[in-house]
Design a protein around this ligand. Sequence first.
Ligand code: AVJ
Length: 367
Amino acid sequence: MPLIPIDAINGRIENEIRNVLDSEAHLSGFNQVNHAIEFLISDAETFAAVQVDTRDSFAADMVSGLSARHKQLPPKYFYDATGSRLFEEICRTDDYYVTRSETALLRNIAEELAAGIPQGAALVEFGSGESAKTRLLLDAAPQLSAYVPIDISADALDQASAMLARDYPQLSIAPVVADFTGHFHLPAAADGRPRVGFFPGSTIGNFDRDGAVRFLQSARQIMGDQAALLVGVDLVKDEATLSAAYDDSQGVTARFNKNLLIRINRELGGDFDPDAFDHLALWNPVHSRMEMHLVSRKDQIVNAAGHTFSFRSGERLHTENSHKFTIDSFAQLAARAGWSVANTWISDEPRVAMFRLEPIPGRSAVI
Ligand code: AVJ
């Protein structure tokens, strides 16, 4: 992967010039272009920094995660180009209901959601992937001026941004390659606009409780006081439905899980044998979450990033938590981060929920 994919840069040039043209119409043509180029250079530097940082922290997180007594890896590393593709494939399986239920819900409530989006607003999406669900909102809310998709996968983001730019020519599209669990800034396209956050897909379930509160607090801070946040979460349901969703009968989820080992082999010089591990999905009632693990089929030694790791037969590598909420448990979580629930919508079965959160007045977003 090149450090700065040229398509992303081209998209940025276009976007930045467009932003400058709409926001600084008083400047002369020469100054406008100059200004656009300055923005672009600072963006390109941030972009390059993010790319380098992602590589370094993958190695560090892998080494510390595999050295721990309970081996674990953060689920954000699932999403290389292959992982992002496999996730989209999971979404199309019969067993993984989350996407299907949420998409049907969004289709039903798109007009209501759009009614709460101010004129000229910027829609900021956390973990946008292929931006498929976003189109339902974009179609219902032509008053949006800007769309800021944030994703850790540069490939997925580039592809989605190019298609959106073609299909929504009036919208200023300002993609940000970033790990939204860390610190990042909104691009110039969101400056001076009312902001609506969009965090569908139950991705918030990947955080532990404190992590989810921290994320919601930082979203509150990044988005400002005049913001709203639309969050999609998966609801607690019968174990059979949950287990099938994380161990689909076509084996796509198993491949998604094992792709993490293949990514370590490729990017961090590892020698994992993916066939020497089994995919395991289980319900943890104490934490109200689905868990994914890779279980070592034998005693084995694996090398990666210049380190050696030993696995006992049956030992687990914990790769993901997917927390499931009730309407109340989610409202409580949001309140801890300074957000109140302004509206709740629930899909047909298997049920997922969409919340509209608004800042609790007077509660600052200090972390
Ligand atoms: C994208 C994080 C919402 O946890 O349900 C799908 C990822 N993992 N199948 C989820 C996932 C296994 C998914 N999220």
